[in-house]
Write a protein that binds this ligand. Structure first.
Ligand code: NAI
Length: 348
């Protein structure tokens, strides 16, 4: 009998790519539009596995329900897993797999799109010319060539970003908790301390995971250490930036541009059409009011190549789980305070 998999927080593009991916016919996929929450977790009764996404909640309450419903596999169709209580899942004998890499190019290229649009004010020029306003006053940008970029996190995406920035003729400073000096040497970039990167970079792009250590990495203190008018780009996870501090930085002109594909409280908004409703989130409303801020709705991953890779790897992860005991893309549950990705799990 085909194994039944419950997908949460699905959109038309998920259904399109998963329903045509090679091997999909081995399973019975059921696509729920609702996010996975304590309420919707009850829908998993009768399924063999759950497939979840970045803004689903897989905390202790949800895991208890999944466990009662005999779900023993959560397949994340994304790379990050900061929304999963991995340790508790393991305590309950629930295994968690993910898609560690599906297209680092998709994310880095989206970060580039944000940088370019912000600098050359494409978002503002678009509205002017559509209104037959061909005035270019106020649209002055700067050459990226010769400027200094700071990349925080030099993993799969950060490295592609570095290649792109080098291609623009920028000097690149990097920070990573685990620097790779061979990579730095080969690509003529320098690893430095966070403080030095803040002091020297004209543009800072975040590509590290969300962990207790990186939560609010960008805060009032770090923003004050940055160059006046710095461009901040976040395509990683919203809580890397303290939104209140960012808003103050923008108001003071300390932050000159912000390109955000992620937002601290995005779970309540991103991926949904709320255009007929009043915006209840004051911080998001304030961010949206700045003409030097561009917010996209966690879409950096959204390319055809990434979606097909996500579907292919998730199907391979499911196949492995139902036929094998070793899981190539399993997320480890033996975490410590230093490595645990769950916010507040080791409460300070
Ligand atoms: P990766 O695991 O290949 O690289 C992460 C890098 O961050 C590693 O080099 C690691 O050593 C470094 N790192 C870990 N802790 C750090 C710390 N405290 N300070 C500085 N660096 C630290 O991950 P990848 O694939 O490059 O993805 C990066 C992040 O991008 C993911 O964690 C995810 O949050 C985000 N992402 C966002 C997407 C979007 O659609 N907006 C799509 C995919 C990923």
């Amino acid at each position: 009998m085909k194994k039944r998999v419950a997908f949460f927080d699905t959109k038309q593009y998920d259904r399109a790519f998963f329903s045509t991916a090679e091997g999909f016919e081995e399973f019975e996929f059921f696509f729920f539009e609702t996010k996975l929450t304590e309420e919707s977790a009850r829908l998993t009764a009768g399924f063999d596995a759950v497939c979840a996404f970045v803004n689903d909640t897989i905390d202790t309450a949800v895991i208890d329900i999944l466990h009662t419903n005999k779900i023993r596999l959560v397949a994340m169709r994304c790379a990050g897993y900061n929304n999963v209580d991995i340790c508790y899942a393991h305590e309950k004998n629930i295994r968690v797999v993910r898609v560690p890499a599906y297209s680092p190019y998709a994310v880095a290229e989206h970060a580039l799109a944000l940088m370019m649009s912000l600098n050359r004010k494409v978002h503002r020029a678009y509205y002017r010319t559509r209104d037959n306003n061909f005035n270019i006053t106020g649209l002055v940008g700067f050459d990226f060539y010769g400027k200094t970029a700071g990349v925080i996190g030099t993993g799969k995406i950060g490295r592609i970003m570095i290649g792109i920035l080098k291609g623009l003729g920028m000097d690149v400073l990097a920070y990573d908790k685990y620097p790779d000096t061979d990579f730095a040497h080969k690509h003529a970039i320098s690893y430095t301390s966070l403080d030095d990167l803040y002091r020297r970079a004209d543009l800072i792009s975040l590509h590290c995971p969300l962990t207790p250590e990186t939560h609010h990495l960008i805060n009032t203190k770090s923003i004050q250490k940055m160059r006046k008018g710095v461009m901040l780009i976040n395509t990683s996870r919203g809580p890397l930036i303290d939104t209140a501090a960012l808003i103050e930085g923008l108001k003071e002109g300390q932050v000159g541009y912000a390109g955000l594909d992620v937002y601290e409280e995005e779970g309540d908004f991103f991926f949904e059409d709320l255009s007929s409703e009043v915006m209840p989130d004051d911080q998001l409303a304030r961010l949206l009011s700045f003409n030097n801020v561009i917010i996209t709705s966690h879409q950096a991953f959204l390319t055809e190549e990434a979606l097909s890779n996500i579907a292919a790897t998730t199907i391979a992860n499911l196949r492995e789980y139902f036929t094998d005991t070793s899981l190539t893309n399993e997320v480890c549950g033996t975490c410590t305070e230093e490595t645990c990705v769950m916010e507040n799990r080791f409460s300070k």
